[in-house]
Design a binder for this molecule. Sequence first.
Ligand SMILES: Nc1ncnc2c1ncn2[C@@H]1O[C@H](COP(=O)(O)OP(=O)(O)O)[C@@H](O)[C@H]1O
Ligand SMILES: [Mg+2]
Length: 406
Amino acid sequence: MIKVLIVDDITETREHLTKLLAFEQAIDVVGVAASGEEAISSAMELRPDVIVLDINMPGMDGIEAAELITQRQPSAAIIMMSVHGEAEQLRRALQAGAREFLVKPFSSDEFSETIKRVYEREFARRQQFEANMPTSKATASVEEIEDHQVIAVFSPKGGAGRTTIATNLALALQKEADATVCLVDANLQFGDVGVLLNLNPKNRSIMDAVSDGEPEADVLDSVIIEHSTGIRVVLAPPSPEGADLISPAALRQVVDHLKTRFDYVVVDLPAGLNDHALTVMDAADQIVILAALEITAIKNLRLFLEVADQLEYDRSKLRIVINRSDAAQGIRLADVEASIRRSVDGTIVSDGRLAVMAVNRGVPFVVSTPEAPLSRDIARLAQTLAGTSAETTDEKTARRSLFTRR
Ligand SMILES: Nc1ncnc2c1ncn2[C@@H]1O[C@H](COP(=O)(O)OP(=O)(O)O)[C@@H](O)[C@H]1O
Ligand SMILES: [Mg+2]
């Protein structure tokens, strides 16, 4: 049983949230509190596993309460609730020690799933921490997939080129690294991968492998489509309402399963920091973060890097790639690197004609026009991610050390 404490200054909200969890077998609401102060004393007394905390409360607000609870009762995992999911609030909540963020209003499924996920993650973290000896759990199957990689392609906003780059990158990885590759369209509402690869919309999608929110192991393989180029593809649902059927946890299980089967699993993520994107990023070995040489894109990149720090993502897992890097109006790559205080891992030139032609023909440009600069940039990115780039480690270190790391 997961012991949960609910904290909100509004009586109806406390009652409503308690009701939402009433039928959850695995969750026990051990208490409710109406203020930040009360939250702290209840946390000490009841020792809950998870505390759901409202960010806006009169007197001591959720952020302040979270900071104090994190100090005094660190075994409790905090989920922060707010009415708007602004990056600034998210950042403050994460800094105060919150593990997750729920934006009101949310469904009972979203609520219980978030609690379970946070609990499981916290539980795993604690077990690892408490084990004073290195874990000897590595089984044969784990060893076999050790060098398999999940590569997630992310951007804070849409239109950054995620689908274009994820799709062409999957093909380039197959070629450059001579590897087996599966491309997953995690834009569950409006997935474009099928269009870029000219796959029939009647093809099976991720939706067919998930029922009652749980992926079914035996049917998972049957939704993997073989593309004419040899890469495998898991498509997004054919219409937006299908997305509701796939929980973040289910998406994660699909990705984890594919990792056992393929050298590379490339995931085209939805834009922004939602539960689905975060869940896949947790599981990813490398995250390609797309930005452009524009003030807003750089600002969002910086905010994301701060969040990634809060989420304790290893810096080496983050691969910053500037798309349309030659289309800048006054901002130089060096300015970006100075601003984010780290070096960029790749650049991709702009070629609108080729990109549009590839979409219209349903043939990705790395296949139709491999000699084009755009295709070559993607090939280079594939080499970097696969660790097969010509640049030696020494060169890399030398280049990196020019920039101060935080
Ligand atoms: N390097 C590039 N050069 C020219 N056009 C590009 C480039 N990358 C992406 N595009 C175009 O930008 C638009 C958005 O790209 P898309 O991959 O759909 O972004 P996202 O998946 O992040 O929303 C598309 O029309 C695509 O063809
Ligand atoms: Mg897209």
